[in-house]
Design a protein around this ligand. Structure first.
Ligand SMILES: C[S@@+](CC[C@H](N)C(=O)[O-])C[C@H]1O[C@@H](n2cnc3c(N)ncnc32)[C@H](O)[C@@H]1O
Length: 255
């Protein structure tokens, strides 16, 4: 079977040609929507496929697991920021007054940095792959600010976007914020080097009950993430679980 690539990046997409065509049609239908502007947001579910929706359901289940834990949410690898925005909405639903539940995202916002041999050659990615548009973090900040403004205590900012190479920014952030306890850490850099650096930096801030989410464990397209987890945490120390609605994403609770 020929591997199908995304339009903008040379990354592998596992969809069949038929699925790609249907997804393309979905996008056309979204762009030409007859739904009026003031009804568009409540009707966005029109355009959710089972695949997109399943990831949201996964994070809904994960968020419920952290509601009675005390600490921040960190996402390592943000890209367009859908997961951060979703987490912000979930905070608004489950714990709108929890000012300690900061949501912090780390990304270069310029694509991968630190790819190496250990990341294999199936993914075809290189430094700069998966970049976003210029100044995207400004656009995402506005979205996250609106998410907060639609919920109580919007005057207390509860999100942060940290731009730069995670090898430097994650240790620097935690040095500046020694008070941090991490309830939820989502690892989605895909590659070894920043994943290892983030794991090493965040490890002293984890506690019994912290939830770790991994996007590429046991994934032959991005082997580097598993190697980093093995080296820093040790697979034998983690009960790695999955949920029925998603294939790739997994999680573990620190015991
Ligand atoms: C798969 S995307 C993240 C997707 C996102 N978690 C989501 O749910 O949509 C991987 C991200 O990791 C970022 N990244 C890769 N290497 C990095 C590094 N050394 N420092 C910071 N970000 C990095 C890339 O810029 C990219 O946006």
């Amino acid at each position: 079977m020929d591997e199908i690539k995304t339009q903008k990046h040379d990354a592998i997409v596992l969809s069949s040609q038929g699925e790609k065509e249907l997804q393309g049609r979905f996008v056309e239908l979204l762009k030409s929507t007859p739904v009026p502007d003031d009804e568009l947001l409540p009707n966005l579910g029109l355009y959710l496929s089972s695949k997109s929706f399943s990831r949201m359901l996964f994070f809904y289940e994960i968020y419920k697991m952290i509601v009675d834990t005390h600490g921040v949410v960190m996402e390592f690898g943000v890209r367009w920021g859908q997961t951060l925005s979703l987490l912000s909405a979930l905070r608004g639903i489950f714990e709108p007054f929890n000012r300690h539940r900061k949501i912090i995202g780390f990304d270069t916002f310029e694509g991968f940095r630190g790819t190496g041999e250990i990341d294999g050659n199936r993914s075809n990615i290189k430094d700069g792959s998966f970049s976003v548009s210029a100044d995207y973090e400004g656009y995402l900040s506005e979205i996250l600010a609106i998410q907060e403004a639609l919920n109580p205590i919007p005057h207390l900012r509860k999100f942060d976007l940290i731009k730069g190479d995670a090898v430097k920014t994650v240790p620097a952030y935690l040095k500046d914020h020694p008070e941090t306890t991490v309830s939820l850490a989502i690892f989605d850099f895909d590659i070894y080097k920043p994943t290892k650096a983030a794991l090493e930096a965040v490890k002293p801030h984890l506690f019994k009950g912290s939830v770790l989410v991994f996007d590429e464990l046991c994934d032959d397209i991005f082997p580097g993430e598993t190697v980093a987890v093995r080296e820093v945490l040790g697979l034998e120390n983690l009960r790695i679980k999955r949920m029925p609605m998603t294939a790739r994403v997994s999680y573990a609770v620190i015991e």
